[in-house]
Design a protein around this ligand. Structure first.
Ligand SMILES: Cc1ncc(COP(=O)(O)O)c(C=O)c1O
Length: 419
């Protein structure tokens, strides 16, 4: 877990105190440390590229703010995108089409036409998608998403590689699909799998690499096809709890690349981390608006709920919390930190020992940079919050706070209801 500096019991993020950020930009507020994004990217890029040519495809579903995309583009990242709108955002942030791999599921012909128009590589998820793509054009760079029957992850909703999951083409059918792709005039360049998200062990990544390598070898011997890349997907977990261990990315890279180099002739490895690059770079700051004690529980009511950060409610995920303006002070009382959404499932943290909390305090929710803002909503007609980027004591707004206008903008009142 990332360590934050404390200045007279004030939490400091990228050289600015949380209190100052909350006062200047309001709450709830996502605050991202630019240096941390760059460091995380460089660490994983270095881990893989010291063994063989490697491309890090940042999974931008984790955090698709244009400023974050731009930082990663400047660092040399490639992209894993899952919708044409993610592709458009990445192009707008400066990514070249040949750096983008589109991996969709249930992809429509309209979306594929737009993707072909943009010139990105398309990762095929089903036999039908392959045929439909070939009717749109030929000589299109493609890879195939294999369902490796290796699944892992922090919650059943995020296990994508098991054979019961909706993703990918069963491993036994993949060689035939490549042969068909060649016959249809498409240009296969890679092979891809993604096992799930929040994986803390190296072992499942080794297993999935073994599957990919054995398919790549078969493609070489039976079709004479040497692939440009083997893509092991994303899903590298991070330590959300203080006692969690960090994934040994050096070991992961060593094991994966040595299997590829010894087992087939694929020219490079691709990895698709989202969470690993952005999760710990960002805290969510939320103001205490109500403190309630009942005979059974003590509640800290804050202005962010599952509309702002859904992971605790949706996945039962743990996010570490601290009182940012009482930073480093000893815990005294056990609280539930709950939001303003009218559902009992609306909580950010449960049973947390915190210093005595007062209304007006600022709670910092850690590791909120991945699947935080991107999964937020306007539920209960609450505008989505602002995002800020901090670096060397400077803070810049990277997304404005929404207003009532943003909630109402697309709604229309039929004239017959106006009388
Ligand atoms: C195909 C694919 N690649 C990469 C990722 C990124 O996962 P993570 O953010 O856990 O690294 C996902 C997440 O859902 C995915 O579906």
């Amino acid at each position: 877990m990332r360590k934050f500096e404390s200045l007279h019991n004030q939490m400091v993020i990228g050289g600015v105190t949380a209190k100052e950020l909350a006062e200047r930009f309001g709450t709830p507020l996502y605050v991202t440390d630019e240096i941390a994004v760059r460091e995380n990217f460089k660490r994983i890029q270095q881990a893989f590229s010291c063994h063989m040519p490697a491309n890090i495809h940042y999974a931008c579903k984790a955090n698709s703010n244009l400023a974050i995309l731009r930082i990663l583009e400047r660092e040399g990242s490639c992209i894993d995108a899952v919708s044409i709108w993610e592709v458009e955002s990445c192009l707008m942030a400066g990514f070249k089409p040949n750096k983008i791999l589109f991996t969709g599921v249930s992809v429509s012909d309209e979306e594929m036409k737009a993707l072909v128009g943009r010139g990105v590589t398309i990762n095929i998820d089903s036999p039908s998608q392959l045929i439909r793509l070939s009717k749109i054009g030929t000589d299109i760079p493609i890879s195939v998403r294999v369902n490796p029957d290796v699944g892992a992850g922090h919650h059943e909703h995020v296990v994508t590689g098991s054979k019961m999951a909706k993703f990918g083409i069963p491993k036994g059918e993949v060689v035939r699909i490549y042969s068909e792709a060649l016959g249809l005039g498409l240009r296969p360049v890679g092979l891809h799998a993604h096992i799930g998200a929040g994986v803390q062990d190296v072992a499942p990544f080794v297993q999935v690499t073994e599957v990919l390598v054995s398919i790549a070898r078969e493609l070489e011997t039976s079709l004479g096809l040497v692939l440009e890349f083997l893509d092991i997907g994303g899903g590298i977990g991070i330590p959300y709890r203080p006692e969690d261990k960090e994934m040994d990315v050096g070991l992961l890279a060593r094991e994966v690349t040595s299997l590829i180099k010894s087992g087939c002739s694929a020219r490079s490895v691709a990895v698709e981390p989202g969470r690993y690059i952005v999760a710990d770079t960002t805290v969510l700051l939320t103001k205490v608006v109500d403190v309630k004690e009942t005979p059974d529980r003590r509640f800290v009511g804050v202005d962010a709920g599952f509309n702002t950060l859904i992971r605790p409610s949706f996945y039962g995920s743990y996010h570490h919390v601290a009182v940012a303006n009482k930073f480093g002070m000893p815990g005294e009382i056990t609280y539930d930190v709950v939001g303003p959404i009218c559902e009992s499932g609306d909580f950010l943290a449960r049973d947390r020992m915190l210093p005595r909390v007062a209304e007006g305090d600022i709670v910092a929710v850690y590791d909120a940079g991945a699947y935080g803002f991107t999964m937020s909503s306007q539920y209960n007609s609450r505008p989505r919050c602002a995002e800020v980027l901090v670096k060397d004591g400077n803070a810049s707004i990277i997304r404005d706070r929404e207003s009532l206008d943003d909630i109402l903008r697309h709604q229309r009142m039929p004239s017959r209801l106006m009388v």
